[in-house]
Design a protein around this ligand. Structure first.
Ligand SMILES: C[S@@+](CC[C@H](N)C(=O)[O-])C[C@H]1O[C@@H](n2cnc3c(N)ncnc32)[C@H](O)[C@@H]1O
Length: 417
């Protein structure tokens, strides 16, 4: 950290200004870095971001197998999809750390000595940077000059690799996120300024917001360490549930007595490969808006359930599925059965998700209550625990509403054919 003897403070006459934290001799430089004041405005701690908890105090190439008690607790209380994303994020962090050290060593500048400082800096950039490749709503109308200006900005932005063009923008990075904010961003090639323009008004004294993106709360926790109480982007992510189902189907077919004449465990892999070839594998969701399986989930379930339910080979199932995808007339009475099987699958998964989320919310409440009552330090970051609880509440809500849609008149205890 750069050294300085001055810090931001409020003064009765001049309001915000810089105060000496120690005696300063005449002739001393006020700050050893021109960035010092900015760096001091960045939060000291990113403890509500799971990666910060998981990264610990020493670099480790594989967090899935290592970590402190609190990092294991955080991992165990995240939905599966979040866990995968945090592991991926840690791999990126570790790769960046290694690449930075290689660069410094090659340049004869030694190595970074503090992992925790690097993690802090990495998270500061990740939570506060703007991407120059981000470009929304540049003026496409107006005077010839304005259009030329916009075209120049477009050209500049297109020439930038957006994954590699992060910038920290002091003051802009103090703006908080609201899903209701409406902004347009552009880089002005003449003034070389990154401009954020708001399309909604803010009254005097109100907090001015920007929108970081159309992100759900799982993403907000991982990238920014907070949740919105009412996030409009809510979906049930079911990739893991579908993968578990394929494994269970293979196990069932392996032990089936009498052996299924048509389906073989390897057929399940063929069906999965078919979905992958059609770029239809993954991103399986049910959204809060319509409480229906997304097209991708519906299509995948149709193929996966078809072969087993109607005793087909994978080849026959793929042929029938492709006909359905092309919108050709349905292949007879089996079509109603397969739709019922899809509903039944969704019903069972929603019951499992509702039960799991209830258990997770109880666990989180108990763990935070325990660390409060024992006064045992605070191994669990309470705010992070609260954020995880909100995510499980959302999963529970969608699951229960989906069950109520499928079986409107019942308190559903069991689904199935
Ligand atoms: C770009 S900074 C915004 C300024 C930040 N509040 C600060 O004090 O420096 C992003 C961070 O602000 C916080 N943040 C942004 N929007 C928020 C919101 N709606 N509710 C709670 N925290 C928010 C999160 O900690 C996030 O990682």
């Amino acid at each position: 950290m750069p050294k300085t003897k001055i810090t931001l403070a409020y003064f009765p006459d001049t309001f915000r200004g810089m105060m000496a934290t120690k005696d300063i001799e005449a002739g001393e430089p006020l700050s050893e870095s021109r960035w010092c004041s900015y760096i001091r405005s960045i939060p000291r701690d990113f403890g509500t971001i799971p990666l910060c908890v998981l990264a610990g105090n020493a670099p480790c190439s594989d967090i899935a197998t290592a970590g402190s008690e609190s990092s294991r607790w955080v991992m165990a209380h995240m939905p599966h999809s979040m866990r995968l994303r945090v592991i991926e994020q840690h791999e990126r962090l570790y790769k960046d750390w290694s690449a930075t050290n290689t660069f410094l060593e090659t340049a004869g500048m030694g190595r970074l000595d503090r992992w925790s400082h690097y993690v802090w800096a990495w998270l500061a950039v990740n939570t506060r940077c703007i991407h120059l490749g981000q470009h929304t709503g540049a003026a496409k109308t107006g005077t010839a000059g304005a259009k030329r200006h916009a075209a120049l900005a477009d050209e500049l932005v297109e020439s930038i690799d957006s994954t590699d063009s992060m910038a920290l923008a002091p003051v802009l990075d103090l703006l908080n996120h609201s899903a209701a904010a409406d902004i347009a961003t552009r880089f002005d090639p003449v003034s070389r300024q990154f401009i954020i323009q708001t399309n909604c008004a803010f009254g005097k004294g109100q907090e001015a917001f920007i929108r970081y993106g159309p992100h759900d709360n799982r993403f907000m926790i991982i990238e920014y360490g907070f949740v919105l109480a009412r996030n409009p982007y809510q979906v049930l992510e079911l990739d893991h549930a579908v993968s578990l189902w394929t494994e269970a189907a293979k196990a069932r077919l392996r032990t089936a007595r009498p052996r299924s004449l048509m389906m073989h465990p390897d057929d399940v892999d063929v069906l999965v490969s078919t979905l992958k070839q059609h770029r239809m594998w993954g991103n399986f969701t049910i959204s809060l808006d319509d409480l229906e399986p997304s097209y991708r989930l519906h299509a995948a379930l149709r193929l996966l359930l078809l072969a087993e339910q109607q005793s087909m080979t994978s080849k026959q199932a793929v042929r029938q599925w492709e006909r359905w995808r092309r919108g050709e007339p349905s292949a007879g009475p089996g079509d109603t059965d397969i739709e019922a099987a899809i509903q039944s699958w969704v019903c069972e998964i929603c019951q499992n998700m509702a039960a799991l989320s209830g258990q997770m919310m109880d666990d989180i409440r108990e763990s935070t209550d325990q660390s409060r009552s024992h006064d045992a330090g605070d191994p669990i970051n309470r705010f992070l625990a609260h954020c995880l609880s909100v995510v499980w509440r959302e999963i529970s809500d969608i699951s229960e509403r989906c069950l109520a849609r499928i079986m409107p008149d019942q308190r559903v205890m069991s689904c199935g054919p």
